[in-house]
Design a protein around this ligand. Sequence first.
Ligand SMILES: Cc1ncc(COP(=O)(O)O)c(C=O)c1O
Length: 401
Amino acid sequence: MKHGMDSARIVTQGTDWLATLSPNARQVRESGIVEIFNAGRELDDLIPLWVGEGTQPTPAFIQDAAIASMRAGKTFYTYQRGIPPLRQALSDYLSDLYAKPVPAENVFVTGSGMQAIMLTCQLLLGAGDEMVVVSPVWPNIVEAAKINGAVPVCVPMDFDGEGWSIDPEKLLAAVTPRTRALFINSPGNPTGVVIDRETQSTILDFAREHGLWIIADEVYAKLVYNGAKAAPSFLDIATPDDRVIQVNSFSKNWAMTGWRIGWMVAPPALGQTIENLIQYNTSGVAHFMQDATAVALTEGDDFVQQTIAMCRRGRDLCVERLGRINRVIAGVPEGAFYYFFAVDGETDSRDLAFRLLKETSVGLAPGTAFGPGGERFLRLCFAADYDKLDEALGRLEKALR
Ligand SMILES: Cc1ncc(COP(=O)(O)O)c(C=O)c1O
């Protein structure tokens, strides 16, 4: 009590301490995916299909590369933008995937796809700015905008009973003088929608005309089921001067969700600013993780192809087993690894997900977590071991008939 610090602490404790937090932090909501995951993760006999990851651990050749690098002493601070060999490996990988070359100077290594989203929001959004977001969408995106004081404006996609589509007119009508960016996730989590080239071109033309940024979340780019090398990307059509930032991740393709490493592709003119933001957020990604992801890029194609084949089998099993239940309404996902389905007669998906968890011990994410348009739906991640998925679908079939 003698010192100012002590009395400040006592005063804070005696009042509503929440009121002392930043308004931006206070308004952030718990993720509806994490809520149910936390409620049920310890259940006996649980089959967890609620989170966006497969059941396979990171393949040994990537683990070995990380261990070898760590043993070789790569445990020090390193380049903020990413080590040059990884940026070059990403440049080669992306240039092969897309219609236009992606120079290494456009590539920035980040501590996950999530961090790439947060850095992009920090880069583009300030208090009161708006970001138009196509929904239903992964909840972290709108919360990242809010943490930066910005206002996410969700534009729901149309669902016609068989699939999801974006009406570019609706998207563009949501733009106001305060809009700074359009957030487009394709292939989409949770819907599995893949945005076609024509829609991307319409959006890009509009963004050019109005000086808007496009944040293209393409973390599921390779997870498409039509045999293409990748989903159509804004990087196929953007010029170096376009205000396009791709956010991306090593999590999904190479079974590396727990590692926390991703990347951004952005105009090189932003380089110093992005580097500064990385410096003041995390000061970069561990060197040995970067060495391992360079190996994932150059030697991981067989593994990625196996992952796609496993996801396709999982998707087809969901379509066959759940799709034939009269009450289940869903499209066939064209990309990503989620089956997003509504159940006729059920309107509160949070309530339904908790009920199904109790009755079947199958963990699903409620569509209420994914914003406007998703409320009636449940999300099931089908990147799972085939027998486990089969077992989960059997339990769900019984409960939903
Ligand atoms: C659409 C979307 N973007 C970004 C991410 C971030 O992935 P990570 O932070 O694991 O790299 C996810 C993860 O689920 C996602 O679904």
